[in-house]
Design a protein around this ligand. Structure first.
Ligand code: DGT
Ligand code: MG
Ligand code: MG
Ligand code: MG
Ligand code: MG
Length: 269
């Protein structure tokens, strides 16, 4: 078929293929979630419904899209790591980013009611996305460590801050002043001496965030089979091996995690 004279405009599309041999990280982050959390009555400092909804969306992204080796989420953000050798959409950066963000955002709306049963969704939430390439395994580990350290720092701060406001009756401004210049040890001490909270006993999902890794599980499904010489179909149970994105709330900064799950860095199938 002859090409139309308009075809040349295709050449204006720029090549945005990600550099080969690099880890491709796509991070999504809720747009103005400070406001969104207020409008939807998120519990402070952590809302389990919101965290589990985020995890569900991320699991959906991992299942629907190709080549994601690991994902990490906390607060209103999630990072997805595509395998070094992934050739999905010829490694086009815009494809990686837009597919992750749109699948995540539509899942957030789709699954909202399963997590926020008594809280209607008041307006459509948005998410931003970015793509960052990491050339070495160490860079990737450091990236994930950076996000988990961020989770810890924010959660420790928020846990003390909201204790001061909710339990000691300080205004947000007073609580902020009280915490100005304090180190992690000081915050732990305030929690322990004033609120009888041992920070280390706070739920892991708050302190560590959520890591999603592929895990093989046996799944029992019911299947209808036709038996020769019989007219009726018979229902039988069959066990199938299935790969699912399993959630962990563990430390990923130390080496132990990577020793336990070596296939995350090595598996390029
Ligand atoms: P952005 O990302 O620049 O559009 O603006 P924000 O407002 O989304 O800011 P960001 O992403 O730095 O911070 C996340 C906000 O989301 C933070 O203000 C608190 C809120 N948020 C996230 N998870 C929870 C939660 O479990 N409970 C409550 N109350 N708020 C949460
Ligand atoms: Mg931000
Ligand atoms: Mg945000
Ligand atoms: Mg954020
Ligand atoms: Mg199309």
């Amino acid at each position: 078929m002859a090409k139309s004279k308009f075809e040349y405009v295709r050449n204006f599309e720029t090549d945005d293929a990600c550099l080969p041999n690099c880890w491709v990280v796509v991070r999504v982050d809720g747009r103005s979630f400070h406001r969104f959390a207020e409008h939807h009555g998120f519990r402070k400092p952590n809302d389990d419904r919101a965290l589990h909804l985020m995890n569900k969306c991320a699991q959906t992204v991992m299942q629907e899209l190709k080549d994601i080796a690991i994902a990490y989420g906390q607060s209103d953000e999630y990072s997805f790591v595509f395998r070094k050798q992934s050739n999905w959409f010829k490694r086009r950066s815009s494809k990686f980013m837009t597919h992750v963000v749109s699948q995540f955002a539509s899942s957030y709306v789709f699954y909202w009611k399963d997590y926020f049963e008594d809280q209607p969704l008041l307006y459509p939430p948005g998410f931003d996305g970015r793509v960052v390439l990491y050339p070495s395994d160490q860079n990737l580990k450091d990236y994930l460590s950076w996000r988990q350290a961020d989770c810890h720092i924010n959660n420790l701060y928020n846990t003390v801050f909201w204790s001061l406001v909710q339990k000691s009756g300080l205004t947000p401004v007073q609580a902020q002043k009280r915490l100005q210049g304090t180190l992690a040890g000081d915050k732990n001490e305030i929690l322990f001496s004033e609120f009888n909270i041992n920070y280390n006993n706070e739920p892991l999902i708050y302190r560590k965030g959520t890591v999603l890794v592929w895990q093989k599980v046996n799944q029992v499904i019911r299947k209808k089979i036709k038996i020769p010489q019989e007219t009726d179909e018979k229902e039988v149970e069959v066990t199938r091996m299935k790969n699912i994105p399993a959630s962990l709330h563990c430390d990923i900064i130390g080496q132990q995690f990577w020793d336990q799950y070596p296939e995350i860095l090595t598996d390029d199938s």
